[in-house]
Ligand binder design. Structure first.
Ligand SMILES: Nc1nc2c(ncn2[C@@H]2O[C@H](COP(=O)(O)OP(=O)(O)OP(=O)(O)O)[C@@H](O)[C@H]2O)c(=O)[nH]1
Ligand SMILES: [Mg+2]
Length: 426
């Protein structure tokens, strides 16, 4: 099975609708009360894992994905309609990273979703700002821009079991014998050029997904043979099945070569539980079989790994392999389950300081205010409107920013850069 497992897309959330600046028109009154409505919120861009998708091919032609913008507010206090969210269906197992390589979504279950770009908030219309001291506000807020982000989507096949081994070891033949897959098999190295997966039925209620990848050789980490990049397809498997050819000249050394390539790729992957199978054993005598086992045991032993004699041709040992793989996978999965809750608390803390801000002096008569929530207000402010600026100053005052500026020595006539969104003369 060939599949596209990487795609780059740009996602753009909807812009918030602008708040409306308007006054009631009445027959005999030239300028009635303020009645500008609020703008609608922009739609979010959401990634949704769906088991109806099995590749990222759709994103090769559709590079920019936009959610709907919010409508501007109307007169008579009419609120603008919110923009629709854009739901992007991706295959289960899709990971999305931003341009800096930070993971922004990791979708491992059907129906799981993640907002990857937030729609901008709609701006308030001038009717919103009516108060006892401000009866005729002559300003309205602008809608916030929607977030826009370049995403690198990567589909890691969520195989349970990864087959590794030297070229020609019999990995693809094994997959063909135990699963519904029909991988290409031939008597020469590097037959398999692309990873493939096959479903292996354990019993009527459960199955395992086996992934077959190209053969590794000594130096794969330095790019020898087909390199080792395709190991990423089995990064999340629960178990590695390491296939060692019974007819190899030095099977202990062959085993070691693959182990050190796994280590070189990722320490995490190398720690994964492993089952070693000696392939092509259908024609061997009892004595030959014990000899092979004796050869391998010393190198395999430190990893407390099971060694099985199998033959994809005759079926020898295949049932035992499937059952062992299933039981190892189940124990790995239950371990992963128990360690999950800790991670979530950590993430929560990471995003919990959005109301903080900083003030710094930048040159003689210029100050810069920074901070997430300040930025939100600033980008909703129409810096050409005095009343709108007055309100922004009010917000800065309430949050203690103005006091901080005064402490730093700000003088009338100095400039304040508000989160890079606009400047105010103090
Ligand atoms: N006698 C015997 N030959 C086998 C068995 N399994 C595989 N072979 C042979 O071994 C050769 C290599 O098999 P593949 O399944 O293509 O090996 P592979 O590990 O996928 O090789 P690459 O894709 O090149 O890495 C083929 O000629 C197979 O027919 C087996 O159980 N018994
Ligand atoms: Mg193969």
């Amino acid at each position: 099975m060939n599949f596209i497992d990487q795609a780059e897309v740009k996602v753009v959330a909807g812009k918030g609708g602008d708040g409306r600046l308007s006054f009631r028109h009445e027959k005999f009154i030239s300028k009635g009360g303020p009645d500008g409505g609020n703008g609608g919120n922009g739609g979010d861009v959401i990634l949704l894992a769906s088991n109806n998708q099995n590749s990222l091919a759709a994103f090769r032609h559709n590079k920019t994905l936009k959610a709907e913008s919010g409508q501007p507010g109307g007169n008579k206090k009419k609120h603008g309609k919110s923009g629709q969210d854009l739901l992007i269906k991706v295959p289960i197992g899709t990971e999305a990273k931003d341009a800096l390589g930070k993971v922004v979504a990791d979708l491992t279950e059907n129906g799981q979703s993640e907002v990857v770009a937030r729609g901008g908030k709609g701006g308030f219309g001038n009717a919103h700002f009516v108060s006892s001291v401000r009866q005729a506000p002559n300003f309205a807020e602008k809608g916030e821009p929607g977030e826009s982000i370049n995403l690198n989507l990567e589909l890691k096949m969520l195989a349970d079991i990864g087959l590794v081994g030297l070229p020609n070891a019999g990995k693809s033949t094994l997959l063909g014998a135990i699963s519904n897959a029909h991988p290409k098999i031939a008597d020469y190295p590097f037959t398999t050029l692309n990873p493939s997966v096959g479903v292996v039925d354990v019993d009527p209620k459960s199955s395992l997904l086996f992934a077959d990848i190209p053969g590794l050789i000594e130096g794969a980490a330095e790019g020898k043979g087909l390199g080792h990049d395709f190991l990423r397809h089995i990064e999340r498997t629960s178990v590695i099945v390491h296939v060692v050819d019974a007819y190899g000249a030095d099977i202990a050394n062959n085993y070691r070569i693959i182990r050190s390539e796994l280590e070189a790729y990722s320490k995490q992957l190398a720690k994964r539980p492993e089952i070693v199978v000696i392939s092509k054993c259908e024609g061997l005598s009892g004595e030959q079989s014990s000899e092979l086992l004796d050869c391998l045991r010393p190198v395999v032993k430190p990893r407390k790994t099971k060694i099985l004699l199998i033959s994809a041709k005759s079926g020898l040992g295949l049932r035992e392999l499937i059952l062992s793989a299933k039981s190892v996978k189940d124990s790995v999965d239950s371990e992963r389950e128990t360690s999950k809750s800790g991670e979530e608390i950590f993430e929560y803390r990471l995003t919990d300081n959005s109301s903080s801000w900083t003030v710094e002096k930048d040159g003689k008569r210029r100050y810069i205010v920074k901070g997430e929530s300040i930025k939100h207000f600033a980008q909703r402010t129409d810096f050409n409107n005095d009343q709108a600026i007055e309100r922004l100053l009010d917000i800065l005052r309430k949050r203690g920013v103005i006091n901080a500026l005064i402490k730093q020595g700000i003088k009338p006539g100095d400039t304040i850069d508000v989160a890079g969104k606009g400047t105010i003369v103090f």
